[in-house]
Design a protein around this ligand. Sequence first.
Ligand code: PLP
Length: 375
Amino acid sequence: SSILSNVLPAPEDPVLSVIFACRDDPCPVKLNVSARAYRTEEGKPLVLEVVRKAEQQLANDLQGYLPIDGLADFNKLSAKLTLGDDSHAVEENRVVTIQCLSGRLRVVFVPNPTWGNHPFIFTLAGLCVEYFRYYDPQTRGLDFEGMLEDLGAAPSGAIVVLQSCAHNPTGIDPTLEQWEKIRQIVRSKGLLPFFDNAYQVRSTCLFFNLNFHGFATGNLDSDAQSVCMFVADGGECLIAQSFAKNMGLYGERIGTLTIVCTSQDVARKVHSQVLLVVRPMYLSPPIHGASIVTTILKNSDMYKDWTIELKGMADRIISMRQQLYEAIQARGTPGDWTHIIKQIGMFSFTGLNKKQVRWMAKEYHIYMTYDGYVI
Ligand code: PLP
């Protein structure tokens, strides 16, 4: 008799089913455009030169378990990268940062739509997941009025998940003026903002209008960015920072959770609770990715090389969007395709429907999720 034979198959995952369909297609010329990661011109994962260099420096240097909250220097540098060199919150010792396994609280409100894993993560954490309006299919842009209305109706104390930039999966971000209105409503309603920072590098956002002038001069206009706007007002804020995309360290599972508190005393208590959560979960985080990131962030030459490689990735994505748009126009394709160049980052809602997506797979062996989302 088998105990496990009663296990039911898990419901189909839209992203995984695209991966499997493409994998099982015998056609030698096929393409999965929902691959969830940056790829080179040859369709290969990109290992940054600066990461290779950091790994060489680290060879034979990694040992032992890390503490429960991770590599101390890594946490410090990661918080500095997110919040800035001159963060009052850091100076006042009211920031808790712990190393986490990459980009990973009552009612939690997430954008509709959002990264597919958000609802799973929060449900498993025992939270009740609700949605606020975000994408407007009519304009293929932000439903800003709907978003404000839904946040305005959220109960005080609820958590609001905000993606700091390059929104997954729509590629649509609020403008800075809209961010300010969002901040005001979040604060006035007493909501707790939780930023998912999967694509942000301090005051530059990976894969969209990068302000490398700021990086180059060191004169970063920190207040101009969503997370920093929330931290600057002195209120509470959670930030999940990932180094998967911005350093190409996808498989290392490396990131941080930073919690900005209102006082050092609160920060101390929060830190003790976070350790209590981590201990039974994985006890101690992995060392390799944290060491690579730390090596790069600590060394000013390597840091500069990193920003140059980042710009290479970002510029290529912007140029690919432009090329796709021009190719669609050149063929006289009906409809308005400006959303392809208006949206930012690695993600694009093409606006293609299920029938069109199926046809592309059948006729051209090009695979994407049924909601027409390209990553
Ligand atoms: N959050 C968002 C919005 C994402 O798009 C992704 C990756 O696809 C993640 C988190 C997960 O990133 P990580 O690889 O750091 O777990």
